[in-house]
Ligand binder design. Structure first.
Ligand SMILES: CC(C)(COP(=O)(O)OP(=O)(O)OC[C@H]1O[C@@H](n2cnc3c(N)ncnc32)[C@H](O)[C@@H]1OP(=O)(O)O)[C@@H](O)C(=O)NCCC(=O)NCCS
Length: 159
């Protein structure tokens, strides 16, 4: 298994993992503009996981914001989710980040447990406002608010 930057050729495989091909495309384009990093895990020639890291304007600034992590159901519990998060953290650390932040839905106990295993701690409740965007027009096609917990992991000790 290897973790690498997403490529356009990956997008057709990413539809299910990203929720839809359009969502994968929006993330891929943001990465192309340098606003984010989009990483995929590849095993036996197949894309089996994805994560994105937004560099600015996350919900716990100034920390980079990790989102959109998903591992194919058939490939879970083999360390792929951990490898993707660690690759995102390494990219953040290389850019000088002191910590990585993310959020989980308040009722998503499995995700909160997974991130806790990786050293993330809950720092505060949050109302996460999400928007769905049409990658062709940039138009907002849907939005909503979800109650979440912001979680954070220190990447290096504060001096
Ligand atoms: C959460 C998810 C990304 C985990 O991916 P994964 O590849 O199965 O995770 P890993 O194998 O790297 O697990 C890393 C650690 O977390 C633990 N873990 C993984 N899934 C867990 C779960 N559902 N509940 C509790 N602990 C879990 C593992 O046991 C492992 O612990 P260890 O270090 O003691 O061995 C995957 O289950 C998934 O895609 N879920 C659906 C989408 C989602 O919830 N995304 C995250 C929220 S945005």
């Amino acid at each position: 298994m290897l973790v690498r930057a997403a490529q356009r050729v990956d997008l057709d495989s990413l539809g299910e993992l990203a929720g839809s091909r359009d969502r994968a495309e929006v993330r891929f384009r943001a990465a192309g503009r340098g606003e984010e990093e989009m990483l995929v895990a590849v095993a036996a020639g197949h894309v089996v996981g994805v994560v994105s890291v937004l560099w600015r304007d996350g919900c716990d600034t100034p920390n980079p914001w990790l989102y959109g992590l998903a591992v194919a159901a058939s490939a879970r519990r083999r360390g792929i989710g951990r490898a993707l998060v660690e690759a995102g953290e390494a990219a953040g650390a290389a850019r000088g980040a002191d910590a990585m932040s993310l959020d989980v839905d308040v009722d998503d106990e499995p995700a909160a447990s997974f991130y806790a295993r990786l050293g993330y701690v809950i720092v505060r409740p949050h109302q996460h406002h999400w928007r769905a965007i049409d990658p062709r027009t940039g138009a907002v096609t849907g939005d909503g608010t979800v109650a979440t917990w912001i979680m954070r992991r220190q990447l290096r000790s504060a001096d």
